[in-house]
Design a protein around this ligand. Sequence first.
Ligand code: CA
Length: 233
Amino acid sequence: MNRQILVVEDEAPIREMISFVLEQNGFNAIEAETIEQAQAKIKEPYPDLILLDWMLPGGTGVKLAKALKQNEYTRAIPIIMLTARADEDDKVKGFDAGIDDYVTKPFSPKELIARIKAVIRRVAPTSLEETIEFHGIKLDPVSHRVFINDKSLDLGPTEFRLLHFFLTHTERVYSREQLLDNVWGTNVYVEDRTVDVHIRRLRKAIAGEGHENFIQTVRGSGYRFSGKTQPSG
Ligand code: CA
């Protein structure tokens, strides 16, 4: 699965150059020319990183960055700002907005890719391609296989995505609505109780040596995936 990078840049030659470099380096580039276009493209599946130009028609990239960092669904998306040398003094403002790094124009393709990789390494130590291990559960996102204590499991696609989400978001409670947004996507209409159905299936699939207890029902709130045992009752 190639990483998706959203390129928000109003100058077509720069935008196209960046997209070309990204594709050459194994990323998928999505392009946006304006803040509005960018906002329309920031949806499930969310981009893995955003390259955001400082000066855009109708506003600054910082404004968009601020909005993204204040939204619970988008705050984790790393943002690298593209700035002109003249904008140097404004960088402080960018860091206040939660921006992850800067690249100053003009930049070389090599520098850009190095910055992108560094940011991804920093913010996503458990990257999409890496096998995730948690208390005997092993999930390999590349081959789409799941093992419990080295025994292969047969999971449906939704249960697989649900388990992947849980394994990368352990020890936190998620409401049914949040699980729907993160696992099914915000544009899909599914009822809340669909979540319960798939949770039940996933619990059954991972049951055997107590792993089913990792999926904990938090009354009135939702579900938590935890390696810590929950007091019974
Ligand atoms: Ca610009």
